[in-house]
Design a protein around this ligand. Structure first.
Ligand code: ARG
Length: 371
């Protein structure tokens, strides 16, 4: 019987076993992690049994356990520490991925991801009509394009093809969504930094992504599209093929969400996305599966933040995640925090939005009740 061609190396290695070299690196990495004080989910869930069961395996793309966990092995400060090097990893390495996904999204994987349901986009109002507590609101989702692998298995050509494909899609957008695509390769450092400082563009050199092999051929194929008002934006080939987002100043969740729903609809007319019954929209990081929706506000909560233990308890109660305002892994600045729904899998798009909306409503009440 002839073996299937490996999609990564184009050799006929098929579903072969991890090489002695990979096994060696896995063993050393595993022992170091076990001795470390890492608080990552990887450390908790990669038990000896799971490790021994998965260490030899390889997907038809040629990805091994090492490809999925090297970010967590190299960065003990990871909170999760794993990425799916290709879409098959979620199944081939499920003894590791499933418990992480179930704990992160608080969802038992015995049920499937519900079908896409945006609900009535205008169901949500303004969280802060007076405009004194919420600085801005943002809702994003992630998409993987059909026919392309995930970052660690992508060639330079894939990055260029995706960028070209998306440029032609962006050219079809009209009205409020109409805008321009800016390739990172042709952007000056000043423009790039300004876009980052203004919270529009992804940062460069994310160490977690770098060690996951997600930044190869940088900046080829990477870029950002935005409409004239910079309220509708798409990141191309950062962590995911597409990060589609809608944002504006203030707390008008309804307006922000309505724009996202319409933008995603337009992009979908020209492109097909990868989905899976169990995991919904398939993405690179297990935290972004399901709807992939992250709905967030930048919010001023100085009184709550004076007691971080209490603030964290409150956020946990409403399944909200606390970040600094300059994005993931950033420290809060000027008492402004980024609060978002944490769960994205097992809920519909509408339910994700509602979870954020209801949670922030309670956070605002609590902030106002503090002396
Ligand atoms: N791998 C990083 C960690 O474990 C990031 C996890 C979630 N964030 C993301 N951008 N996918 O801390």
């Amino acid at each position: 019987m002839s073996k299937a061609k490996c999609k990564k190396c184009e050799e006929k290695c098929g579903k072969g076993k991890a090489s002695p070299e990979v096994l060696n690196q896995l063993q050393t990495g595993y022992e170091k992690l076990a001795k470390s004080d890492s608080g990552s989910m990887l450390k908790r869930f990669l038990t000896k049994d799971v490790f021994d069961k998965l260490k030899f395996k390889k997907t038809s793309f040629g990805s091994t356990l090492l490809d999925c966990i090297q970010s967590g092995l190299q960065n003990f400060d990871s909170s999760i520490g794993v990425y799916a090097a290709d879409p098959e990893c979620y199944t081939v390495f499920k003894e590791l991925f499933d418990p992480i996904i179930e704990e992160y999204h608080k969802f038992k994987l015995i049920a499937n991801q519900p079908a896409t349901d945006w609900g009535p986009p205008n169901a949500f109002g303004n969280l802060d009509p007076k405009g004194d507590i919420i600085v801005s609101t943002r809702v994003r989702c992630c998409r993987t394009l059909k026919g392309f692998p995930l970052n660690p298995c992508m060639t330079e050509n894939h990055y260029q093809e995706i960028e070209k494909l998306m440029q032609s899609t962006f050219n079809t957008l009209t009205g409020d969504l109409k805008g321009t695509y800016n390739s990172l390769s042709s952007m000056t450092k000043e423009v790039q930094q300004k876009l980052i400082d203004d919270h529009y563009l992804f940062k460069e050199g994310d160490k977690f992504l770098q060690s996951a092999n997600a930044c190869r051929f940088w900046p080829t194929g990477r870029g950002i599209f935005y409409n004239e008002k910079k309220t509708f934006l798409v990141w191309v080939c950062e962590e995911d093929h597409l990060r589609i987002m809608s944002m504006q100043n203030g707390g008008n969740v309804g307006e922000v969400y309505t724009r996202l729903v319409s933008g995603v609809g337009e992009i979908q007319k020209k492109n097909e996305f990868v989905t899976n019954e169990k995991f919904g929209y398939l993405t690179f990081c297990p935290t972004n599966l399901g709807t992939t929706i992250r709905a967030s506000v930048h919010i001023k909560v100085p009184k709550l933040a004076a007691n971080m233990t209490k603030f964290k308890d409150l956020a946990d109660r409403y399944h909200l995640q606390i970040r600094g305002a300059a994005g993931e892994h950033s420290a809060p600045k000027d008492g402004i925090y980024d609060l978002s729904n944490k769960r994205r899998l097992g809920l519909t798009e509408h339910q994700c939005l509602k979870e954020m909306f209801d949670g922030i409503t309670e956070i605002i009440k609590a902030e106002k009740a503090e002396k």
